[in-house]
Each structure stands twice: as C-alpha cells, then as structure tokens.
Design a protein around this ligand. Structure first.
Ligand SMILES: [Cu+2]
Length: 330
C-alpha cells in the first residue's frame, strides 16, 4: 500500500483557499466555541455569518474539558466522513481509484511507504527560543518508535476493542479519538513545512497570505493545510473505520447521526445531509468535467466572510491547531 498520488485536479481543489478556509474554520470555530476568551460580540458575529455550531455544540467546555454527551464528537466523525465521500465521488468522476484507509496504524519499520518523516528543528519565528526548543523535543518524542508502543498502540487497541466500543456513545468515541490518537497521528506523520503560517492569534491579524494557498503547503500540523497532504486521507480513513467498528460492536446497521455539522450550510444543502465541499469548490475542481451552473466571476462573499471570522477568532486568540499539542507537557 503506497502513498497515493492524487490527481492534480483534486490537489488543486483541496488546496483552494475556499476549501482550506472551510476546514480551518470548521476546526477553529468548534474548538473555540466555549472558550471564555471568545467574546459575546465575536460569537454574535460568527452566528450572524452562519458559522456557529448548531445548539452551541462544541467538544470542550469552558475549562477545556471534553464534553462526551453532546454529540459533538459525531460532528467530527461525520464531517470527515463527508470529506472522504466527496473526494471519492470526484475520483470516481475522473475514473480514478478510491481513497484507501490505513487498515491499522503503520508500525515503525513495517511499512516503508508510510515511514515516519524525520523530526526537524522546530523554529516558528512567532515563538521564542525556549518554546521552539521545547516543541522540537516534543516533536521528536511523538515521532519516536517508543511513542508508537506507548501510547499509540495502546490507544489503537482501546479504540478497536468491541467491548469498549459497546460502552461508548458515538459522540464520546469521536471526541476521544480526535483529542488523543488523531491529533498525535497528525504530528507524527507531519513533515517539515515549507514555512510556518502565522497563527491568526497573533496581534497582526492580516488576511492569510496567498502564499499559504500553494499546493506544497500541505503541512499535516495545520488545519489550513493538512487535508492537502495524501497521508491525511490514509489517517482519516482509519479514523472513519472506527465508525463502522463502533456500529458493529453496538449491532447498529444505520447510524442515526445527530451531529452532522460541516460548517456554514450552503443553499441547496439539507439540514439532514450537509456536505463538506461546497458547490464552488467542486466546480473549481472539476472544471470542464463538472456540471457547473455558474459562470466565472463567482461571488466571493463566502470567502470574505470566512476570512473575517478567522480574524475575529484570532483577535480573541482562541484558535488552536494540531501543532499546539507540541506545547503540552510530556
Ligand atoms: Cu479535519
């Protein structure tokens, strides 16, 4: 099972500013929603733009503790399942094979195709030397062989054991997966980025520079870029298969989803089955192959709105990203 080289149209679609912003904001909004630093004014702004999570559903409470009974973990599983499904639909239209999931987390040395990229000297210019040094040390640990044995293999065994799955709601499972094994897998398989995109949490919250929209900004450590990286789809394929293992363990044939939030709903999407890729993103990807109704010069309001929300969140300094786990103490 080799690393998949995705067709250029798909890469261009994933790397588009619109898709990057949707993925970034989806994670940022729900991650920040109960953070006391997020002001009421900012929340009202986000709500007004149609980007607030339904029923204020967020994975963490005001103290940063995981909420396991509000279906927010279903949003995590549902949204990424939609992303996979919609990329597979585009692949089918191109006559290309479907995405392949990791059947299990690749063990060190067992899967040369999925060798862990080397740690690098973490040097984000926005951080001080001590923080960069600590983050580099943490990165080394996440990438070590020992880190596979403990905790990754232990998490994997826990999350795939039917008797455990039978004791968890799907939402609890989703939240626990996201904040433990999933976030760490992102950093374990991350490769040194082409640069450090400035976090919108810093004082200077100018619009995100278009250089971060280049296809080679596919850093697994950043929600703005992770889904451009082919490993994302293998990794999220494994996460997605946890839904099926959960359903089997609970003898459920059709999951009755409650958490189906994928970000702002577009016209034409039903509340029952929201999609992850917007019509505009799809049109951009498929070009002449698509069945687009609109012409060029499409409306950019959604883009400007998303950029404004990023700045609003940044001004409250509430955006968290995968790379933040490198700040956590060991
Ligand atoms: Cu994601």
């Amino acid at each position: 099972m080799a690393i998949r080289v995705l067709p250029s149209q798909i890469i261009a679609m994933l790397a588009s500013r619109r898709h990057r912003l949707r993925h970034f904001l989806w994670h940022a909004v729900r991650g920040a929603w109960n953070n006391p630093q997020l002001t009421d004014e900012a929340k009202a702004f986000i709500r007004d733009k149609g980007w607030s999570p339904p029923d204020d559903r967020a994975p963490m409470d005001a103290e940063g503790r995981l909420i396991l009974d509000n279906h927010s973990g279903e949003d995590f599983l549902y949204m990424h399942r939609q992303m996979i499904k919609e990329v597979n639909e585009l692949l089918a239209q191109l006559g290309e094979p479907q995405l392949a999931a990791w059947p299990s987390i690749p063990r060190p040395a067992d899967h040369p195709d999925f060798a862990v990229p080397p740690a690098w000297t973490y040097s984000d210019p926005s951080e001080n030397d001590a923080t960069n040094t600590a983050m580099a040390a943490r990165l080394q640990r996440v990438k070590s062989d020992g880190y596979f044995d403990n905790p990754i293999a232990i998490w994997e065994a826990f999350f795939t054991r039917p008797s455990n799955l039978a004791q968890l709601s799907l939402g609890a499972l989703g939240n626990m997966l996201e904040m433990t094994i999933h976030n760490n897998l992102h950093m374990r398989w991350a490769r040194e980025p082409i640069g450090y995109m400035p976090s919108p949490n810093f004082d200077d919250t100018r619009a995100i520079d278009s250089k971060w929209d280049a296809a080679d900004y596919d850093y697994l450590g950043d929600t703005y870029s992770s889904h451009v990286n082919p490993i994302f789809w293998s990794l999220h394929g494994w996460v997605d298969s946890c839904i099926d293992r959960w359903a089997a363990a609970n003898r459920i044939s059709d999951v009755a989803w409650v958490g189906t939030w994928t970000g702002k709903l577009e016209d034409g999407w039903t509340h029952g089955a929201p999609e992850a890729i917007t019509t505009a993103v799809r049109r951009q990807a498929m070009g002449a192959h698509g069945h687009a109704h609109g012409e060029h010069g499409q409306d950019d309001t959604d883009l400007r709105d998303m950029e404004a929300i990023v700045q609003k969140l940044g001004s409250c300094r509430v955006i968290r990203n995968f790379y933040d786990l490198l700040r956590d103490p060991d």
